[in-house]
Design a protein around this ligand. Structure first.
Ligand code: ADP
Ligand code: MG
Length: 214
């Protein structure tokens, strides 16, 4: 059966992500401690908690998906001082733009929203695949999701493909030298370590998938 994604589903999605970030906070901080400044888990927890709280305060009866994503973006940006703040805020705004004019999302719309979200990180941070950033998880996840949809797969199956691609992309950051962000200062010393932003992106993708399990 095809799914319809409502404003309340999107509120739940943000809640599920916020809870996952609380669970993953210490692991993400540890990853960032190795090649950055050890705050990534805190940033992601603060950002998504603020986003989930802000959208919970909206009246579902008078809200649409665009308002949910834009409100989440603003709350995330205000809560987070680290570089993940503007990256997630831009991505969430792009998701909002992709949902424009719709009162709920179809499975096709959700694929468009997911792809727009993923693209937002690249537009904001100007990183390409292979630069050891969250883009190494988001870009392949979006591509896999789109390709799966074009093959006629269900939203859940598309998000499973996206998650597998995000996991593989995150693992691949281990062998990379960073050329963007704080860890670019480390040069070759970053080799052997997973990028924290790619790891947290994979957590976000896993929450999308979890929400749309039939
Ligand atoms: P900060 O580096 O300011 O402490 P965070 O710790 O919250 O910020 O986030 C670090 C993550 O941000 C990195 O692991 C990387 O994935 C991501 N990142 C940094 N710069 C960029 C960029 N230009 N484009 C995409 N992602 C980036
Ligand atoms: Mg950091």
């Amino acid at each position: 059966m095809t799914k319809t994604i409502t404003v309340d589903d999107l509120k739940s999605l943000l809640n599920v992500i916020a809870e996952a970030m609380t669970r993953e906070r210490d692991r993400l901080c540890e990853l960032d401690g190795v090649i950055g400044d050890a705050d990534h888990g805190i940033a992601m927890e603060l950002g998504f908690s603020a986003a989930a709280k802000a959208v919970a305060a909206l009246d579902s009866a008078t809200s649409d998906p665009t308002l949910i994503f834009n409100t989440a973006a603003k709350a995330f940006l205000n809560a987070v001082g680290a570089s993940s703040g503007p990256l997630y805020a831009t991505a969430l705004m792009r998701a909002g733009a992709a949902a424009k004019g719709k009162s709920f999302l179809t499975e096709d719309d959700m694929v468009d929203v997911f792809v727009a979200l993923a693209r937002g990180f690249q537009d904001r941070g100007k990183a390409e695949i292979g630069e050891k950033t969250m883009v190494d998880a988001w870009a392949p996840a979006a591509a896999a999701c789109r390709a799966a949809r074009e093959k006629g797969m269900s939203l859940e199956a598309c998000l499973s493909e996206a998650l597998a691609a995000a996991e593989a992309g995150t693992e691949a950051t281990k062998d990379m030298v960073a050329t963007k962000g704080r860890s670019s200062r480390l040069g070759e010393r970053a080799i052997g370590h997973i990028d924290p932003g790619a790891a947290s992106a994979t957590v976000v993708v896993s929450c999308f998938k979890a929400l749309f399990l039939s």
